[in-house]
Design a protein around this ligand. Sequence first.
Ligand code: KIV
Ligand code: ZN
Length: 387
Amino acid sequence: MSNQKIQIFDTTLRDGEQVPGCKLNTAEKVDVARRLEALGVDIIEAGFPISSPGDFESVEAIAEVVKDSIVCGLSRAVEKDIVTAADSLKRARRPRIHTGIGTSESHIKFKLNSTPERIIERAVAAVSLAKRYVEDVEFYAEDAGRTDNEFLARVCEEVIKAGATVLNIPDTTGYCLPEEYGAKIKYLKENVTGVHKTHLSTHCHNDLGMATANSIAGVINGATQIECTINGIGERAGNTALEEVVMVLKQHPYLQKTTNVDTRQLNAISKYVSDTMRVPVQPNKAIVGANAFAHSSGIHQDGVIKKRETYEIIDPKEVGVDHSSIVLTARSGRAALAYRMKNIGYELTRDELDIVYKSFLEVADAKKEVADEDLHEIADFAPKLAV
Ligand code: KIV
Ligand code: ZN
């Protein structure tokens, strides 16, 4: 069986931008969109055009410059939202309208003060209206994670009849377990007439830290699109991190799923988005965190120096990081010290290493991390080291 291509739908500029305090202006958004296109994402959700004149202008500007990726605009199942989204996408080469409505009991009763039958009517009307403007219409069933599967299947079947090309199954509150979310996708795959003509899409939030696991469970069970953001930024605890799902699929080839993403650009785009949106990346963040390829304990350092793969499952170059780093701390051993000394020009004999190691431990106990300058200073005080 050949590998199946999974569509990567990036929502950094829409769901990602819902992070408090990280609003971008149009020029910044266009810049991010260009980089996302160069990265190889299939769909760029450029914004929520009805939400503000600024958002409308950004979606319009992105639609104008993006050539290969699909450009998508979000709308609620509300006429003026859909018409505005269509208007903002007029110049897009490959436009998509993303429209939808809440389908869980709690959304229907408390948020929408409606009934299941009325929700189906509104969903169908929204997709039919969007279809008048664009061929590619994605429908989202908000809070699908907590929606009864039988009802969700009915909604999906009706919107497919109305012309939906993609069905987004969001775990809006990040509540599902991977088995449960995977089973939901499988259920839809097996019980919705016409589903084979559409893409089933995952859209998982990270409230319980399971967004990546849930997205992958979705793909294993038949989803062909993943919605995600750079660095996993987004509402509350964030969205699925693009870099994580892409690398999971790449590092597990037996899953037989690939993406169009050029993984060597991941580190650079992560830094760019973090700087532009002013949202720091936690140091231990998978794939793109500052410590993702840093080794500080003596046992690990010894292993990595002998063979990188002993403690690394990804070649850092694959994600655009030059090399793994050996961080010198009080927990580092002689192997790490010799390695770092060699990197800055000192080839040490066994006896010399013993002497230097003693001074190194004193410095390491006093400081959190020992830098190259400290090593030079230690070497200056050690008797006649070979440089
Ligand atoms: O989390 C969610 O349900 C959403 C939809 C608007 C797609 O972001
Ligand atoms: Zn969302």
